[in-house]
Design a protein around this ligand. Structure first.
Ligand SMILES: Nc1nc2c(ncn2[C@@H]2O[C@H](COP(=O)(O)OP(=O)(O)OP(=O)(O)O)[C@@H](O)[C@H]2O)c(=O)[nH]1
Ligand SMILES: [Mg+2]
Length: 325
């Protein structure tokens, strides 16, 4: 473990790749590795790119990498692919799209299959971002497809959340769905070379205008990912947002750890409750079925219920379940 940590710290790409695989598999090894990594995190700027399929996220990230490299910054990309199975050979499209950087040691690209994560995709992504952070990359980019709740969750991992849109993906502005507008730090209208781009920009701006005041300063930037147009402006906007005081940095970090622990607590409680098979648990579940105990009440009781250790007498159990109604 210690040796692996040292290798990750110096950015050894094989050790980094191995660490990412461990995080994808979850379990005790991942938990251990994450524990020793966590104190070393917090130096990389993390940026999430999300948006509907085909908006041009990968192409834009590719152009963004070029821009970052010209600025002398190193970068790692974790691209979440919804289709490929865990074992399946990485996203061919992303490989091709970001392929021009494969020879550059300052660029690390990894596809992450979205299925098959034991502890959940979000948890893996959090851990993977931490691996990449500790590996000494200046910038860590996360690409997720879609604009639904799970993408919002994944995007929340990042310091800066970029929602990529493009004209002609549907009648409406796709990003409005699922409250993704609420979390965006920057909105991008990619494919600005297409005729309807101006309309998409207008739609987004009027959507923002309807939100509360804090949303109205969200930059809306037009890009042509295929030519690199607008990408320098995008980087400038990102850097403008990323200036943080060390107090803000500490507060954010504390908040993030709190959230990580809360998510882990939720997952472990769920596993615990699903595994309950003892008599009193079944009795309580039957009471929920009959409408005698509320779901929340039963949840509270079962979250800390230890079967066997002190199997409650049916009387005490009834008393207790009354309390949770
Ligand atoms: N005209 C035009 N086409 C673009 C632009 N950016 C990307 N494309 C094209 O749009 C298509 C989709 O681009 P991708 O980068 O794969 O889009 P994506 O959002 O990563 O797609 P998924 O990962 O499948 O969700 C490709 O054929 C790109 O060449 C642009 O600025 N203008
Ligand atoms: Mg893509």
């Amino acid at each position: 473990m210690q040796r692996m940590l040292e290798q990750i710290k110096v950015g050894d790409s094989r050790a980094v790749a191995r660490a990412i695989t461990i995080m994808e598999m979850g379990g005790a090894a991942a938990a251990d590795l994450h524990r020793v990594l966590l104190p070393l995190t917090g130096t990389a700027l993390t940026i999430g790119f999300t948006g509907p399929p085909g908006a041009g996220k990968s192409t834009l990230i590719d152009a963004f990498i070029t821009e970052l490299r010209q600025n002398g910054r190193t970068v790692a990309v974790a691209a979440v692919d919804p289709s490929s199975p865990l074992s399946g050979g990485a996203v061919l499209g992303d490989r091709i799209r970001m392929g021009q950087h494969t020879e550059d040691p300052g660029v690390f690209i990894r596809s992450i299959a979205s299925r098959g994560h034991v502890g959940g995709l979000n948890k893996s992504i959090q851990a993977i971002v931490d691996v990449l952070d500790v590996s000494g990359r200046d910038v860590v980019v996360i690409e997720t497809v879609g604009a639904g709740q799970s993408e919002v969750e994944v995007a929340e991992v990042a310091d800066i959340k970029i929602v990529v849109n493009a004209p002609g993906l549907g009648d409406d502005v796709q990003a409005i769905k699922a409250g993704i507008l609420e979390i965006a730090s920057i909105l991008v209208v990619n494919k600005a070379d297409l005729p309807l781009a101006a309309r998409t920009v207008r739609q987004l701006k009027s959507m923002l205008a309807l939100r509360n005041e804090s949303r109205q300063n969200v930059p809306v930037i037009q890009t042509v990912a295929t030519s690199g147009k607008g990408v320098a402006e995008l980087l400038e906007a990102i850097l403008g947002l990323s200036r943080r005081t060390s107090d803000e940095h500490r507060a954010r970090r504390r908040e993030r750890v709190h959230r990580l622990v809360a998510e882990a607590a939720a997952a472990s409680t769920r596993r615990h409750v699903l595994a309950l098979r003892d008599k009193s648990s079944r009795t309580l579940l039957a009471q929920v079925e009959r409408g005698e105990v509320s779901i929340d009440g039963a949840a509270q009781a079962l979250a800390t219920h230890k079967p066997g250790a002190a199997e409650l007498s049916s009387y005490r159990w009834r008393q207790r379940s009354k309390k949770y109604k």
